[in-house]
Design a protein around this ligand. Structure first.
Ligand code: F6P
Length: 339
């Protein structure tokens, strides 16, 4: 059997561990031939590929980024959804010219949707979920998330001392796209006093009351963790800037903002993400060996399993008011910005 592996969408720590997991299992356990498709789905169209061997997959376990490159290019998806039969034929032609028996697509929600569309074209595909945002529907966790939460938590930890020294309010904005998972997990682990998530919304009065009350009882500083996806009046403004300005204006307390940004996505994966990527990769190779196509690898209640792409593609996994950390946080007096 000959298989291809590609990574698509925003990168995250753990992709290389996953590529290694797929490749080494496919080569050493199943005797497959493996190629890497460069720069996401566009590498499939332009047949931009490299051979992956056991030695070439060594030394990458702890590396951030992806040795295969990635892209958010939408051209490929447009070609699939396009009614033009020529486009679809072109994609199938490329896949067959590469003599592939299977294709493993590592990516977030957009990638899983494209992968499902490819299965509709009759290609033998398997998806592996990845993203720091942890918002892929059908799996309890994606690799990349744990590393991002570690980085974000350390950043919040570091804000405590400077906030305390200056008696300031510190607002930190964290990534997550439409989802609040990173902000919830890092906010709770970092001891933030106010955690603002897109899924729960907010009431500015509740936020201001909480900060004033903290100062009144002698808590000289406050930490506010805000998710980048939260809705604010001016769409183009950064939420951290908006909240810092409003808090300072309306409470009189000196306030500073931090936008953590791409630091959350870069660098070496955590041990948890390395192992999750390794397990996901091994399971994807097994699915191809067993000819179980059109599926996405998943971790459900700590078990490595798989789900039909058809059932998960195009859906988002978001925080809810019942998410255990939200429920527990509220019991402890942490404000989520809502009454
Ligand atoms: O999906 C991962 C992510 O880092 C999101 O948290 C963020 O909103 C987005 O990617 C940024 O995307 P880009 O790399 O296109 O700037």
């Amino acid at each position: 059997m000959k298989i291809g592996i590609l990574s698509s969408g925003g990168d995250c720590p753990g992709i290389n561990a996953t590529i290694r997991g797929v490749g080494k299992t496919a080569i050493n356990h199943y005797g497959m031939e493996v190629i890497g498709i460069l720069n996401g789905f566009s590498g499939l169209l332009y047949k931009d590929v490299i051979e992956l061997t056991d030695p070439s997959l060594s030394g990458i376990l702890n590396l951030g980024g992806t040795i295969l490159g990635t892209t958010r290019e939408k051209v490929f998806r447009k070609m699939i959804t396009s009614p033009d039969e020529k486009d679809r034929e072109q994609i199938k032609k490329c896949y067959h010219e590469l003599n592939l028996d299977g294709l493993v697509c590592i990516g977030g929600n957009g990638t899983q949707l494209t992968t499902w569309m490819l299965s509709q074209l009759g290609l033998n595909v398997v998806g592996i979920p990845k993203t720091i945002d942890n918002d892929v529907y059908g799996t309890d966790v994606t690799f990349g998330f744990d590393s991002a939460v570690n980085i974000a938590t350390e950043a919040i930890d570091r804000l405590h001392s400077t906030a305390s020294a200056h008696r300031r309010v510190m607002v930190i904005e964290l990534m997550g796209h439409h989802a609040g998972w990173i902000t919830l997990f890092a906010g709770m682990a970092g001891g933030a006093d106010i955690i603002l998530l897109p899924e729960l919304g907010y009431d500015m009065e509740v936020i201001l009351e909480k900060i004033k009350k903290r100062m009144e009882v002698g808590k000289a500083y406050s930490i506010v963790a805000v998710a980048e996806g939260i809705k604010i009046p001016k769409r183009k403004e950064r939420p951290a800037i908006y909240f810092a300005r409003e808090i300072e204006k309306q409470t009189g307390f000196e306030t500073r903002e931090t936008v953590l940004g791409y630091i959350q996505r870069g660098g070496s994966p955590s041990p948890y993400d390395r192992n999750l990527g390794t397990l996901f990769g091994g399971h994807a190779a097994q699915l191809i060996h067993e000819k179980k196509f059109g599926r996405m690898v998943a971790n459900i209640r700590n078990e490595i399993t798989d789900v039909p792409l058809k059932e998960v593609a195009g859906k988002l996994r978001l925080v809810t008011p019942d998410t255990p950390l939200v429920v527990q946080g509220k019991k402890m007096g942490i404000s989520f910005g809502v009454r």
